[in-house]
Ligand binder design. Sequence first.
Ligand code: PLP
Length: 449
Amino acid sequence: MPRVYMDANATTPLLPEVVEAMRPYWMERFGNASSIHQDGQQARHAIESARETLAEFLGCREAEVVFNSGGTEGDNTALFGMLSQGDHLITTSIEHSAILQTAQRLEKFGVEVTYIAPQPCGLIDPESIRAALRPNTRLISVMLANNETGVVQPVAEIGKIAHAIGAFFHIDAVQGAGKMALDVRTLGCHLLSISAHKMHGPKGVGALFVRRGTPLESLLVGGSHEHRRRAGTENVAGIVGLGKAAELAMHSLEDGTFVRVAGLRDRLEAGILKIPGTGVNGVAPQFAPEGRRENSPGQAQRSPGKAAKMDLAPRRGAVNALVEHGFGAWDGVGAPGPDFRTGESPRPVPRVANTTNLWFDHLESEALVIALDLKGIAVSGGSACASGATHPSHVLLAMGVSKARARASLRLSLLKTASEAEVDRVLEVLPEAVAKLRAISPVEAGTAG
Ligand code: PLP
């Protein structure tokens, strides 16, 4: 049985077309894009052609695309490049460490930072961003899709708030890019980071959208590459790979790929929820943490069949409806479902099509990750390993999930090439693995709370 990889939010494999597009740029077309001879100009042409594709992918001008080394660099550049002592930054407590650690470093340099907590369902309330505004708020930075829960944030609404007070707006779109259509004008951002390896491109390359006129200081200084916005000889093969990955992603957004992926994710999720003592982190308030409504054997679950009844025409514009496949269309740019004040939701929270994050009472997800790995299935746990110690996910904790339940949470994130057979395999292996681990679990009954 081939291995089943359900950790796409960690990284994705290169698609064959991407490898083929990159191949010549390591050997026969190895030129430095700054050189004026033909070899250099060949490399320059490849970079500019990738830039053209990225501009289409992001809905921006070619001159607004800055190639870099990936999401971490894009996030660091956006924050370090926009903020100085006395400025105020608003971000959220569920960001990736590329934002959180940068914000903490900036605090040491005299930048004021407000970290907005999410709702229990994983959504950031735009009103709490509005309430945190100060006269010196210079930058707001909010992620598009959360890497752990897949929850898609109401960034267009937040963009409007930023514009109203003349603040700059950065979106970490590393987990949204390639899974939902992006249009930087509609999103209303000045800066937006993406990374190739989360969308079937190579590792160590990405891009930062920088809206024309945004006063961004470059992070790396040296040569005049990327119009002086990012010094360093360009990673030509990597940039070509990113361009090809973006091109393929645009096709996938149009050809129904994510309708299929969302259907697989929903079937997987519904199958796992049949296991007693499980639930989803970051869906609807009724699935919110700490047993407001836990599933028990026999209790009705979300209906995976609902998805099939929707009109999910695989058009690019319709793809954002897929961010929460099966629960009513959301245009992906306005405010999504829940009433932020009451926390009640007429429809569940939007998520990218490929991600689910589930808790399993009375076990440690680390043990489950290892058990599944031994059976040939790659997934990720709700804890991050730092210096040999496991810490429960800061994202789940910020959502109000208890430490025990965060440690008992598993993220499954499907590749866009995922198959029915892979879902079947996980549904075959997982219940048994959970039962076995629970039978020997030192985790006491009651950790659910
Ligand atoms: N932002 C988010 C939301 C991510 O998920 C990641 C990677 O996991 C990053 C930033 C960092 O991207 P990169 O691995 O390209 O540095």
